[in-house]
Design a protein around this ligand. Structure first.
Ligand code: MN
Ligand code: MN
Length: 316
C-alpha cells in the first residue's frame, strides 16, 4: 500500500468576508463518510511529450483552494469531499509503482462507496484508475474529454497515449461504451482512428464539441451509445482545451475547447450521467510550462463543476 502525503493546500486564512465560503474551507472540513474523495497522483513517468504533470496535483489544489463553492444558479453549493492527499511517489517512480497506487486508491474508494476524483499526473493513470470499476460492473461507460484518442498499442510499458486502448484490448470496456470528445485533426494516426471506429467507439471532434450545446451533446451520448451502462468513468485530459487556454500541458494542441466549454462538458457529463459516476480524473496539467497559471485555473474550473455535481454537492 502506497503511503499518502497529507495536502497543505487547504491550510490558508479564511476569506476576509465571512459570507464567502471557499473550496479550501470545504475540503478542510469533510463529513465523516464523504461521498467524494480526492487523490493526487504526482507522476509523469509515462508521458508522451513534455514532462511536468507530476506537479499537476499541487497546481490544481492551489487553483481550487480560493474558489467559492457557490454557483450563480444556486444559493450555495455544499461540497462533501475529503482529500486523501498525494500518493507518496518518488520523482522517478516506476510506472508499476504509480499504477499500483492509482489502482489501490480506486479500489479503496469503491469499497467505501465514494467517488474517487484523481488529480494527475499523466494520462497513463486512467487505466489503473478505471480498472477496478470495469471489473466490478457489467458495463462501464467511459467518457474521455481529450485532444487525442489514447488508444495506442503498446509492446513495452504503458504510456500516456494508451489507457483507452488498453481498457478495450483487455476487454474491460466494450468498444461501443467508449466516447471521446474534443479530438483534433492531424493529432492521431489513421490506424488508430480506424481501430477505435472499428471497435464501435464514438468519436466527437473538437469542432463538433465547440459547435454543439454541451447539454444536448451529453444527452445524445447518454441516450445513445452509453444508454444502459452500469457506471460511468469520466476522464478529463486538459489538452482538450485549446493551447491558448491551456499552454501548460504535455502536448499543447490548437483547435481545441475554451475553458468555459471544457467545464460545461465536465459538468454535464456528471449531471446527466445515467448511472453512478464511479471515478473521475483530471490529468496532464503541467504547470511548469505555463507561467500564467491559466491552465491550472481552467482545469480547476472543470474540477469545481465536477465536485458541485457529484453526490453531496447538492444545495443544503
Ligand atoms: Mn491528450
Ligand atoms: Mn490523453
Amino acid at each position: 500500500m502506497t503511503d499518502r502525503v497529507p495536502p497543505d493546500a487547504w491550510d490558508r486564512p479564511d476569506p476576509a468576508d465571512p459570507r464567502d465560503r471557499t473550496f479550501a474551507q470545504a475540503l478542510r472540513d469533510p463529513p465523516p463518510d464523504p461521498p467524494v474523495v480526492l487523490l493526487g497522483l504526482p507522476f509523469d513517468g509515462a508521458v508522451l511529450g513534455r514532462r511536468g504533470a507530476r506537479e499537476g496535483p499541487a497546481a490544481l489544489r492551489e487553483a481550487l483552494a480560493g474558489m467559492k463553492t457557490s454557483r450563480l444558479d444556486r444559493h450555495r453549493t455544499a461540497i462533501a469531499a475529503a482529500d486523501w492527499g498525494d500518493a507518496d511517489l518518488p520523482p522517478e517512480a516506476p510506472v508499476d509503482e504509480a499504477h499500483d497506487a492509482a489502482r489501490e486508491a480506486a479500489r479503496e474508494a469503491r469499497q467505501a462507496g465514494a467517488t474517487l476524483v484523481a488529480l494527475g499526473g499523466d494520462h497513463s493513470l486512467t487505466y489503473p484508475l478505471a480498472r477496478p470499476h470495469a471489473e466490478a460492473v457489467e458495463a462501464l461507460g467511459v467518457v474521455n474529454v481529450d485532444a487525442h484518442l489514447d488508444v495506442r498499442a503498446v509492446d513495452g510499458p504503458p504510456n500516456s497515449g494508451s489507457s483507452f486502448g488498453r481498457l478495450l484490448r483487455d476487454d474491460l470496456v466494450a468498444g461501443p461504451h467508449l466516447v471521446e470528445v474534443g479530438l483534433r485533426d492531424f493529432a492521431t494516426s489513421r490506424t488508430y482512428v480506424d481501430w477505435a471506429r472499428d471497435r464501435g467507439a464514438t468519436l466527437v471532434p473538437a469542432a463538433e464539441a465547440r459547435r454543439r450545446d454541451p447539454s444536448s451533446l451529453l444527452a445524445d451520448l447518454y441516450g445513445g451509445p452509453l444508454e444502459g451502462v452500469d457506471a460511468v468513468y469520466l476522464s478529463l485530459d486538459v489538452d482538450a482545451l485549446d493551447q491558448a487556454d491551456a499552454p501548460g500541458v504535455s502536448a499543447p494542441t490548437p483547435g481545441g475547447l475554451t475553458s468555459a466549454r471544457f467545464a460545461a462538458l465536465a459538468r454535464e457529463a456528471v449531471r446527466q450521467a445515467p448511472a453512478p459516476v464511479a471515478g473521475v480524473d483530471v490529468v496532464e496539467t503541467a504547470p511548469r510550462h505555463d507561467p500564467t497559471d491559466r491552465t491550472a485555473r481552467a482545469a480547476a474550473l472543470a474540477l469545481a463543476h465536477v465536485l458541485a455535481e457529484l453526490p453531496g454537492g447538492s444545495p443544503p
